[in-house]
Design a protein around this ligand. Structure first.
Ligand code: AKG
Ligand code: FE2
Length: 351
């Protein structure tokens, strides 16, 4: 994750989703959150947290629902999360319009060489030797000035930036909820992870299934703190749970949230960074937006005392600098290039 990574080496940092059936989500906040499943994925209503009052009805139940989902699946579907459905649909639609442009047009959305960004921003495509088949636009928090945008389609940049802002707010909220779920002192994660310069978002387009089924994105775990996925109505994202691949069905207006390796390590495996993948089964493109709520590369990551010495449990991981882990993930995917078995997982630091 150092600056000036050669262009071909950054794509696998991405461990990384446009409209869906007219499913109407129940907006009512129930006293006790249910673990009701759409497909088999837990659903959590975040409305109680957005009521702006810690004591709002439903906060305790929703916190418990998040804890349970992160413990059992590492994944959940969030509803009433504060990101407008209209914004998500607009961003996906404009993203699809961008990817439909000729390659020469898309290639113009590239930053000048020498950018100081943690990863090269702008348009790219997974190399031909990659098992994964997609193209994407990578953006950082607009305030750092790293981003390169296409001139067309009009409104794409605004939609992407609005999404970035809303997803950052959601990331901060989910971080607070996880802090509570993990029983940490109030504000611990907020102070520990107070730099937003490594957060990034991908607008992704996957290619139509070639035969009946094609690889979209190989099985992986996300290396960051928490990931947020907004997907169109095509489907293909799947989560591994107890040996079975569970489909993450598209549901209009919902956002998929999953725990990454950093939280799994900090919690000494109490919360789970689940294996997931994208499998293309339809002869159409798939679009998604994946937002990586990350942590600064210089942070030292190790299991917290709350989950080790204070409870008499052995740490399951040795400590590491986040940047080092990210670089290992990159390098092993590209030298030699790109076989799923070359992927470095968090087990690299397991004790
Ligand atoms: O596109 C998706 O639905 C998921 C992407 C993903 O898993 C990732 O980028 O890490
Ligand atoms: Fe992922």
């Amino acid at each position: 994750m150092s600056t000036n990574q050669p262009r071909e080496t950054y794509e696998h940092l991405i461990d990384n989703s446009v409209r869906s059936p007219a499913t109407h989500l129940n907006r009512a906040t129930t006293e006790r959150q249910t673990m009701a499943a759409t497909g088999a994925l837990p659903v959590v209503d975040l409305a109680p947290f957005l009521a702006g009052d810690d004591k709002a009805d439903g906060v305790a139940g929703a916190t418990e629902a998040v804890r349970e989902a992160c413990r059992t699946h590492g994944f959940f579907r969030a509803v009433n999360h504060g990101v407008p459905t209209e914004l998500m649909a607009r961003a996906l639609q404009l993203s699809a319009a961008f990817f439909a442009l000729p390659d020469e047009e898309k290639a113009k959305a590239r930053p000048a060489d020498g950018s100081e960004a943690p990863l090269p921003a702008g348009y790219s495509r997974r190399p031909a030797n990659s098992a994964d088949k997609s193209e994407y636009m990578l953006v950082f928090n607009p305030k750092f000035g790293f981003n390169a945008y296409p001139a067309d389609p009009a409104g794409f940049r605004d939609a992407v930036e609005e999404c970035f802002t809303k997803l950052t707010e959601l990331g901060l909220l989910v971080q607070e909820i996880l802090n509570e779920c993990m029983g940490l002192p109030p504000g611990f994660l907020r102070d520990f992870n107070d730099d937003r310069s490594f957060d990034f978002m991908l607008a992704l387009r996957y290619f139509p299934a070639m035969n009946e089924v094609s690889n979209g994105l190989s099985a992986h775990e996300d290396g960051n703190c928490v990931t947020f996925v907004i997907q169109d109505d095509v489907g293909g994202l799947e989560v591994l749970k107890d040996g079975d691949w569970i489909p993450v069905e598209p549901v209009d207006g919902s956002i998929i949230i999953n725990i990454g390796d950093v939280i799994q390590v900090l919690s000494n495996n109490k919360l789970k960074s689940a294996t997931h993948r994208v499998v293309m089964r339809k002869p159409v493109h798939r679009h998604s937006l994946a937002f990586y709520f990350n942590i600064h590369g210089d942070k030292w990551i190790e299991p917290l005392p709350e989950f080790t010495s204070r409870v008499g449990e052995a740490p399951r991981y040795r400590g590491f600098m986040f940047r080092e882990y990210q670089q290992l993930r990159l390098r092993n995917k590209t030298h030699p290039p790109s076989r799923p078995e070359d992927m470095v997982h968090i087990t690299h630091y397991a004790i």
